[in-house]
Design a protein around this ligand. Structure first.
Ligand code: PHE
Length: 357
């Protein structure tokens, strides 16, 4: 009997063909197509079953059994391949979502102070060692404290020295509030509070001393490499019975030498104008070594407090005299840390800021 073995051979080939086809399928959709080719309604196993009709009952039995066995083998091959594909897919997913536990953890950065804060703290520390108190006050100011009390009444041409941001709100004199253009506001606030506190002693003709700095934020309509709409100033005020320009020179030179750690630093006063000081000066410094050596660099406005300003503080200009200065904190920080563009301070670029940690 040749026929059954021929059939078996065909069936073996069919099972191998199915195995090979299933192995080619790399996605489950493709595997389902392959399944249809063999086990589907028009598939090859089904065709074989249909073909049984022409055989005798005995042959139907043997052939049918053989075909069924082949069918089971193909089904087993299909199930096996399905399993493989599912495992592969799971493996790929695990790879894609893999956590590399050997990766070093993200450290919480140590952080550090902003260079302007570093300069600010240094200024407070140095003036503190010279006996200066530290005062703080509002950034949204009345016209009185920002301008008028400082010898700069409405329509005074000196107002145009400082282009101002105004706030849509009026003070008790019908003047708009402004963002303070300088920390000189604090001269008036601090000295007036002092005068109120010591009113009785002042009436008796006693003369005390005011020695204060006021570091803080200031605002002007300005924006380029050396100006920013928001910047920082430190105001200084030293008033007493006989505080003179000489004291200003000695004190400010000492400050600069300490701030820049440069003992051979030179300083000069250039005549200038401010409505609240008379005489007034710009203070320049010159380094004798380092990248900025030999250049005069402006660091401060200054001058002897104007008698009318003393009166506006509630002090008697016959008894009190002294000086004020106003220095740019950002400017001092730029010079100390060698920063060429002021805007770098306010961009928040961590690569820049990290250099000061
Ligand atoms: N307030 C002045 C300015 O911002 C600086 C200054 C302060 C000048 C104190 C004299 C005295 O330009």
């Amino acid at each position: 009997m040749n026929a059954p073995s021929a059939v078996n051979l065909d069936l073996d080939a069919l099972v191998s063909a199915a195995r090979a086809r299933f192995a080619q399928a790399h996605a489950s959709a493709d595997l389902e197509n392959a399944k249809a080719q063999f086990l589907g309604k028009a598939g090859r196993v089904t065709e074989l079953m249909k073909g049984l009709a022409q055989f005798s009952i005995d042959e139907k039995k043997t052939r049918g059994a053989a075909i069924n066995q082949a069918k089971q083998s193909i089904e087993a091959a299909l199930a096996e391949r399905r399993q493989q594909l599912a495992e592969q897919q799971l493996e790929e997913q695990l790879q894609a979502e893999a956590l590399d536990v050997t990766l070093p953890g993200r450290q919480r950065g140590a952080g550090g102070l902003h260079p302007v804060s570093l300069a600010w703290e240094r200024i407070v520390q140095i003036f503190g060692s010279m006996g200066f108190d530290v005062a703080d006050g509002p950034e949204i100011e009345t016209d009185w404290f920002n301008f008028t009390a400082l010898g700069n009444p409405p329509n005074h041409p000196a107002r145009s020295m400082q282009d101002t941001f105004y706030v849509d709100l009026q003070d008790e004199n019908g003047q708009p509030y402004c963002l303070r253009t300088h920390t000189s506001t604090m001269q008036i606030r601090y000295a007036a509070a002092y005068a109120r506190r010591h009113a009785a002693a002042l009436r008796r003709g006693e003369v005390g001393e005011i020695r204060v700095i006021a570091p803080g934020r200031t605002y002007r309509v300005d924006n380029d490499a050396t100006h920013s709409p928001m910047f920082h100033q430190v105001e200084g005020l030293w008033l007493g019975r006989d505080v003179s320009l000489k004291d200003l020179k000695v004190m400010y030179l000492d400050f600069c030498k300490a701030f820049f750690e440069a003992d051979d630093l030179m300083m000069r006063f250039r005549p200038s104008y401010f409505p609240f000081t008379e005489p007034s000066a710009e203070i320049d410094i010159q380094f004798q070594s380092g990248p900025l050596a030999g250049k005069w660099l402006e660091v401060s406005g200054a001058g002897m407090t104007h008698p009318q300003v003393l009166r506006n503080m509630g002090l008697d200009p016959e008894r009190y005299q002294g000086f004020a200065f106003g220095s740019g904190i950002d400017r001092l920080a730029m010079l100390r840390y060698g920063v060429a563009d002021l805007r770098l301070f306010f961009e928040g670029d961590i690569r820049f800021l990290a250099q000061f940690g």
